[in-house]
Design a protein around this ligand. Sequence first.
Ligand SMILES: [Zn+2]
Length: 297
Amino acid sequence: MDRPIQSIRLGSWEVIGLVESEFALDGGIMFGVVPRIMWQKLLPPDEENRVPMEANVFLVRTGTANVLLDAGLGDALSAFDRKMYAPKGSSRLEESLGLIGLRAEDITHVIFSHLHTDHANGAFRGDPDRPTLQFPRAQFYVQSDEWEDATHPDERTRAVYVEPRLQLLGESGRLHLLSGDTEVFPGIAVAKTGGHSVGHQGIRVTAAGERFFYYGDVIPSRFHLKGPWVAAIDLFPRETMKAKRALLQECCDTPTVIGFDHDVTVMFGRIVRNEKWMDVIPVDTAPVPVASQSVPR
Ligand SMILES: [Zn+2]
């Protein structure tokens, strides 16, 4: 879906939402134990039972740092990856960065919620068998047990981790392995959730008393607010449910904007209670001014 680049402000900081890729995934994978008869009304599948998805990534601009929250699906995809994710066109990350006057070299930090292909593979470019790193100057952050699990996949996880490509991050000398809840730098902290994957983490951005939380695949879309609406791919669905409940209640009690990574309609939302459970109210976002000059590549 074509939509303008959107942003919210946290004081002098800016959080910009970027559609990195459009793709499609089996609806059963996305909605887990929820029967198709319930989810198909919300997100109609195609003839292959795939539902439309976006890989949305969020760029935090602090004035001194350009911090990317997840890297999206990327273009360095094997034939198997393309079959699984059915990408529509190419990655739009470089083009979108160009529109706001940035290049891949300007990204200072990349914090991964987890290392599944649709979140980490955008860190690579070129031939999927011989890729290079997309962000030549960035420091990379991920939970240490996520790294361990992703680089030692088993029969269940091998399809969603691009293990040989991930080794490039390890060899970069710029990979930081985090342990539990911790601050990356003042105003940007991670909260380990597990659930979706062994070391999945949420990322909390706080500036000038305003909060933006990105919890990756704990709440991938506005259709995933209710407890049991958990993707089938989650390794520990009860952990996801627990993390989701705590997050949603916190975001009702303390005003917070949430970023959705796979929602094709709403990228920024606030959580409100209703008579049954909770709803998402889309947040008014400012269109980001396009850079006056295109950036040379
Ligand atoms: Zn995902």
